[in-house]
Design a protein. Structure first.
Length: 216
């Protein structure tokens, strides 16, 4: 007789899925039906996001309709349609009704994750420059900006630190001699305060910078 507290067979344990599409493919006995569901999900990605935002903001279809100066039935039709039927003007107006501005970005098809990170880094640099210029106009603005920049520096360093830790762990798993890598060896020297940090180390240091440390 099987004990009630006996551990379940690992093969019978509920599988975790990384996406809804993967879950549908895994659980659907009818492959045709499963693929049809996946296709419908793909055709409504933008609309589903709009509805999720609306729900999160506790707004009804009527609330959106009133702000867009249209009927509720039009909003209902919009939300029951597909992304291909969604007009750009309606998308912008729907977003505006929820307090959002629409931004469209074209990116190369062959963009890598590192390319996208570099793009956002340049955008952050541009915004920080604008913020610094604003700080020149008023003492109170400069004071608050300084507080924000200290916080931003720590948070950005922590983000890079966490990602670097994961990568170094992967290198160790693969059997790589991490300390033999030039960039890692220099990062260790920076940590030991034998050399000054440079811009190349901004994305490779494995520890958070101490107070007063130079961050490129």
């Amino acid at each position: 007789m099987t004990k009630s507290n006996e551990k379940a067979n690992p093969s019978e344990e509920r599988r975790r899925h990384s996406s809804i599409e993967e879950m549908v493919r895994d659980l659907s006995a009818d492959k045709e039906f499963g693929e049809a569901v996946i296709k419908e999900i793909a055709e409504r990605t933008i609309i589903d996001h709009l509805m999720a935002f609306r729900t999160r903001l506790h707004l009804s279809q009527k609330d959106i309709a009133d702000k867009m100066k249209c009927t509720q039935s039009r909003i209902s039709k919009l939300e029951s349609g597909t992304d291909d039927n969604l007009r750009l003007g309606d998308l912008a107006s729907y977003g505006k009704a929820m307090g959002f501005n629409l931004e469209i970005t074209f990116t190369p098809e062959n963009w890598t994750i590192t390319d996208e990170i570099k793009y956002h880094a340049i955008s952050i640099k541009s915004l920080l420059d604008q913020l610094a210029e604003q700080a020149k106009k008023d003492h109170s603005i400069a004071k608050e900006t300084a507080k924000f920049l200290v916080e931003a520096r720590v948070n950005l360093a922590r983000i890079v630190h966490d990602a670097t830790t994961t990568v170094l762990s992967a290198l160790n798993t693969f059997g790589a001699k991490v300390h033999s890598l030039p960039i890692i060896r220099r990062a260790i020297l920076v940590q030991q305060k034998h050399v000054e940090p440079d811009c190349d180390l901004a994305a490779t240091s494995t520890t958070l910078p101490p107070q007063g440390a130079t961050v490129c």
